[in-house]
Write a protein that binds this ligand. Sequence first.
Ligand code: SF4
Length: 281
Amino acid sequence: MPASVPHPHPATGEPFGSPVPPGVGWPGDPADGRTPAASTPGDVERLAGAADLDGVQAASSVCRACPRLVAWREEVAVTKRRAYAGEPYWGRPVPSFGDPAARLLVVGLAPGAHGANRTGRLFTGDRSGDWIVAALHRAGLATQPTSVDAADGLALVGARMVAPVRCVPPDNKPSTAERHTCAPWLRRELALLPDVRAVLALGAIGWAATLDAARDAGWAVPRPAPRFGHGATAELTRADGRTVTLVGSYHVSQQNTSTGRLTESMLDAAIAVAVGAAGAR
Ligand code: SF4
């Protein structure tokens, strides 16, 4: 889909079409015009398997291997929400965000339609981002409590956030095949983050994706598979014998936070368990 009429970036004022082509100056864009774009599940396996951490960031941000999700992320980027009609939308897969030496990995679900799919950075520009970033800041893992756009100066220290499905899915529901197609990006990233000692899984899909990626990476995973729950924990063992603690939390979706299913104190408690296991600060 060709990029739409350019609009100014809300922070930098630079004009961008939507979706944003790689390498045109979007804050934090890891790709450029030469970055190879996967167009099949086999391409994802091949490109992820050969990439270093920067390579995973770049190649995953231009991936086109799931036709339904490519169409949806670009449609959302063009039609926009009325409140953001004058802004450019990233409209591409959203790579991980945070510290390459992270001891704590936060595994979510997928980019928000008008959050990360607009801003190009995970948990940025919507209510879910407000919740998790404020909580990470309370825990000493984020340099500021807000996450507005990709040029706002936010950095994570000792923590990193990743989506097991990197493109926004219709109704927030990726298919099983789409989850499977996207899995090699997370699997490779886990292998390239040797300092990770704890994973905070936001929701059952993040929990299951972490277990799948750990198994695929040759880690020892308890049997039967540990069940997701808020505050649930499981011990995973990397191939080198080091332990990684998986901690479950209800997702920071507006559906959970606005109904009180997930409160700030519940989220803080789950993060405290993960931080304790990770020694992340
Ligand atoms: S969901 Fe993952 S595998 Fe599918 S197109 Fe997006 S980045 Fe590629």
